[in-house]
Design a protein around this ligand. Structure first.
Ligand code: SAM
Length: 205
């Protein structure tokens, strides 16, 4: 094996011959709700599928398990290298990661790289930022799928969650909301909400 290649053994990543040990094992079990919709998203998306803030690729791999490629976008190079190393491992042991490609991007500060009406599906799990919603809505093709699952409500998470009704209001004019579970969380005055949502774009945004 060349020094630039990486090996992954459970939660241990070997990068350029240096061992990186993750504090917690990397959990590759996908979001339970995403898993319910994964086959529909994979089979009906009429363009590129992008996992926005993909982490270690657990949700992208779930979609890819239905035989479609997924582009994994994240700021964290270690997470992207993990996905890439899994791709190389797939030569020895076939797995769904061989359908994944990666793009490093700062979703808060970098320009949004996708053109309007260019994507078949966007998956966004446990990293929602209000700045992103307009990009999501514009970049999807008509018929494109949007899956959003915010982080849960524990601790101070309400500070990073969207206002109650915000995502639904953004989608109202152009999307068919197929599934929505929204729950107010945090202190009474916070108005923050957790959201789990699947929607399909019906018309240009
Ligand atoms: C809680 S993890 C969720 C990862 C994945 N979606 C999942 O469900 O397993 C949040 C992810 O957001 C990424 N992230 C945080 N800030 C980011 C930024 N500014 N641009 C892109 N990704 C970012 C982190 O690197 C991390 O992978």
């Amino acid at each position: 094996m060349t020094t630039s290649r990486m090996k992954q053994r459970g939660s241990v990543l070997i990068k350029n011959d240096k061992k990186i040990i993750h504090k917690k094992p990397i959990d590759l079990a996908p979001s339970k709700i995403l898993a319910k919709f994964a086959e529909e998203i994979a089979l009906n998306s009429n363009g590129a599928i992008v996992d926005v803030a993909c982490g270690y690729g657990r949700n992208a791999a779930c979609i890819a398990s239905f035989g479609v490629p997924v582009l994994c976008v994240d700021i964290d190079n270690d997470a992207l290298e993990y996905i890439k190393s899994s791709i190389s491992l797939s030569l020895e042991k076939p797995n769904y990661f061989n359908q994944l490609t990666t793009m490093q991007l700062d979703l808060i500060n970098d320009p949004w790289p996708f053109e309007d009406e260019s994507l078949g599906a966007i998956i966004n799990v446990h990293f929602f930022h209000c700045r992103l919603i307009g990009f999501f809505l514009k970049s999807l093709k008509i018929g494109g799928y949007l899956f959003i699952e915010t982080i849960g409500s524990h601790g101070g998470n309400y500070l990073d969650l969207p206002p109650h009704g915000f995502i639904k209001a953004q989608l109202r004019d152009a999307f068919d909301i197929r599934f929505l579970k929204e729950k107010k969380v945090g202190p009474l005055q916070s108005n923050s909400a957790t959201v789990k949502l699947l929607a399909i774009k019906q018309k240009a945004y």
